[in-house]
Design a protein. Structure first.
Length: 451
């Protein structure tokens, strides 16, 4: 659990910490010169409406209702643990005999009154075992709370990444609309000069209308992404105007085999050790309950006819002839065996999820690097050459538009690859319970020691 708490603190402070791994994990709050990741300057007077990752995580931790519900569940388990360790209450009884009869037993003349105090004595250490079981159930609630806390933090981070990506899509769509407007102006001038046929003007107008429609769609998608992010802190309408972050920051990945062993640190798996102990405690308690408990009593009896008092004592001991708690014992054993299968299934599921997240991370890293270093520069050069050639009359309109579409298609692919990279990286770190930078640093130190 200590490892999980460490990761929680790391996620919470990821945007404020100055560690190298925190920037690639959930987006560094820094500016970039790359066209795809460049953020527009905030409008005047709206600086306070800008949202960074640190603030988003803080809001989610403070106001997420599901997280608050899990916290109340822990309090309920604390109260149940207290209750499980309490002694049974003693019982006070008053018994009156031989009254309201006939002859000498009329009224209360011959009555015998007994005042007794009885106490249930639990044998076999039932109270201690019951308290141990309740304590383990409370520990399981703690694990579930930590796991859900990681879910909330990673979910908030993913939603924040998606808002950044949507903002970039809006910026790219706006840039494309601007280029289409410039193209329409250039085509209009060439048509009026008689250099190109009027049909090219119609094509330019259609292209502009198409880009404006696409830009409107990206704005709606951005608003939906903003609402999804705000929902993590219980807000139905986001109050922030824009998110601040950098999608371009990516780093070299450590080898896959270096972190596969860390899957055991996942809260989804770490809880099963406590789960096994809790199931065993339930079996032990069920066996102990097969041993009957004693009820001891001690009192005083008053006899009216002799006006004398005497002590009375008693003991009750159930005979375990039919009910030896065999059904509850069988149920507890079956539940224990069920938990073993569930643990193996959870481990398989977690390893599969980790493998899928790693493949997505590695593929998006390779794609983003290739697009950034090779494809995007070539598409940009091709578009600039086609645009210049069209203005000089060397290329026709369709060639220029095709180069423009190719450029923005590549930009969209680059943005998608970056988004996938950061989403997958966040998921990998949630599943392993450790930042990738720490894993890579550990592997480097081991190699250094070998040398």
């Amino acid at each position: 659990m200590r490892r999980i708490l460490t990761v929680l603190v790391g996620l919470y402070l990821v945007a404020m910490a100055d560690h190298a791994w925190s920037r690639p994990l959930l987006i560094a709050a820094t500016a970039s010169n790359a066209a795809v990741s460049k953020q527009p300057s905030p409008p005047p007077g709206q600086g306070s409406d800008a949202l960074n990752l640190s603030k988003a995580l803080t809001l989610a931790l403070k106001h997420n209702q599901n997280l608050a519900a899990y916290a109340q569940e822990i309090r309920a388990k604390d109260a149940a643990t207290l209750q499980a360790g309490l002694l049974p209450n003693p019982e006070l009884s008053i018994e009156v005999e031989n009254f309201a009869g006939q002859d000498e037993l009329q009224g209360f003349d011959g009555a015998e009154t007994t005042l007794a105090l009885s106490q249930l004595v639990e044998l076999g250490g039932k109270r201690g075992k019951r308290r141990q079981l309740a304590t383990l159930e409370k520990d399981l609630a703690d694990w579930d709370y930590q796991a859900h806390k990681l879910e909330v933090l990673s979910g908030t981070a993913k939603a924040f990444i998606q808002v950044l990506a949507a903002q970039q899509q809006v910026a790219q769509a706006g840039e494309l609309v601007h280029l289409s407007e410039q193209t329409l102006s250039a085509v209009t001038a060439r048509v009026e000069a008689g250099k190109v046929p009027p049909v090219e003007l119609i094509r330019a107008q259609v292209e502009l209308a198409s880009t404006r429609t696409a830009a409107s769609k990206t704005r709606r998608e951005l608003e939906a992404a903003r609402r999804r992010l705000a929902a993590f802190w219980g807000s139905t309408r986001p109050e922030f105007q824009r998110a601040i972050g950098d999608l371009q920051t990516i780093s070299q990945l450590p080898p896959e085999e270096e972190f596969e062993g860390l899957i055991k640190n996942s809260p989804d798996l770490a809880r099963w050790s406590t789960e096994q102990k809790q199931r065993q405690a339930a079996v032990t308690l069920a066996r102990t309950r097969a041993l009957p408990d004693l009820t001891l009593s001690l009192g005083i009896r008053n006899s009216q006819d002799s006006d004398s008092n005497a002590l009375v004592a008693g003991i009750e001991f159930p005979l375990p002839l039919f009910d030896r708690n065999q059904g509850a014992i069988g149920e507890a054993r079956a539940t224990q065996e069920k938990s073993r299968h569930e643990r193996r299934a959870a481990e398989t599921e977690a390893r599969t999820a980790l493998a899928e997240a790693w493949q997505s991370l590695a593929a998006s890293h390779t794609e983003a690097t290739s697009l950034r270093d090779e494809i995007l520069p070539g598409a940009q050069s091709a578009f600039e050459a086609a645009e210049f050639g069209y203005r000089e009359g060397k290329f026709d309109f369709l060639q220029m538009i095709d180069a423009q579409r190719t450029l923005f298609k590549v930009k969209g692919q680059y943005l998608q690859a970056l988004t996938t990279y950061h989403l997958a990286r966040t998921e990998v770190e949630r599943l392993t319970g450790a930042p990738l930078h720490d894993i890579q640093e550990s592997a480097t130190n081991q190699n250094h020691d070998l040398r």
